[in-house]
Design a protein around this ligand. Structure first.
Ligand code: SF4
Length: 249
């Protein structure tokens, strides 16, 4: 198989130039191939970086530097300190797919005349089983859920799907990787918010003191919390949702 049998990869490579930042990965041309490294290691000598093979990238991207599982590969917590060589376009596509599954295909789809972009209502109306309840939030709550879950602090995908009251993301504060439909993490977060509301555990408003405390937690996150543990009141997305509630003093 040659690189140019994949139209998405061919288009991606054609617009790559000498280098390109793809979420947290810096891609640079190197002869007929490419090198990849964390954007935070742009000026670091390659000799001090660990060489990671393309085959090993999938396992490598599973955890943060602190060893925590990364349920969302587009979260801005890809470990630093590595570099990978891709000998050609096909290998580049494989490497990117291991770091950011489906991202090149989604990037290509987002450039179509009519990108396959959905919206919160359409997407949640197709859910079955335990995720049926994700249709319950009204527009204001759906906006809060989306704002909290897709915050650039938690996800670098550029949200193109629509929710009432919230403009789509821009590449300026996100990345080239588009998000065409709500992900599994957002669905689970929406389900949890509905459950909290049903149990009477979601307040209507928060005090200014609570606001200060929660803002501090968001600004100084610890590495101990699990990203997808929405049971925890310390979960950053839960905090980000509460911070959108009206103040009560
Ligand atoms: S739905 Fe939101 S959190 Fe999930 S991948 Fe898309 S932008 Fe990121």
């Amino acid at each position: 198989m040659t690189a140019f049998e994949n139209p998405a990869l061919a288009a991606f490579v054609a617009q790559l130039g000498e280098k390109l930042v793809f979420a947290q990965v810096l891609i640079r041309r190197a002869g007929t191939g490419f090198t990849l490294r964390h954007i935070g290691d742009t000026d670091v000598s390659g000799e001090t970086l660990r060489a990671v093979t393309i085959e090993a990238l999938h396992a490598f991207a599973q955890t943060t530097e602190a060893g925590a599982f990364r349920p969302l590969k587009s979260a801005p917590n890809l470990p630093r300190g590595w570099h990978t060589h891709a000998a050609n376009s096909v290998e580049l596509g494989t490497a990117l797919d291991r770091l950011y599954p489906g991202a090149v295909a989604d990037w290509f789809a987002s450039r179509m005349a009519q990108p396959p972009v959905t919206n919160y209502r359409e997407f949640t109306s197709r859910q079955t089983g335990m995720y049926r309840v994700t249709t319950f939030p009204d527009d204001r709550r759906a906006e809060q859920i989306t704002r909290a879950c897709c915050d650039p602090r938690f996800c670098l995908k550029c949200r193109l799907w629509i929710v009432p009251g919230l403009a789509p993301d821009t590449q300026n504060n996100k990345s080239l990787i588009p998000c065409l439909e709500p992900c599994a993490l957002l669905l689970e977060f929406a389900r949890k918010v509905v459950r909290l509301e049903q149990q009477g555990n979601l307040p209507d408003s928060i005090s200014s003191e609570d606001t200060r405390g929660m803002q501090e937690k968001l600004d100084q996150p610890t590495s101990s919390g699990r990203e997808a543990d929405f049971e925890s009141p310390e979960n950053p997305r839960r905090i980000a949702l509460l911070l959108q509630l009206p103040g009560r003093d």
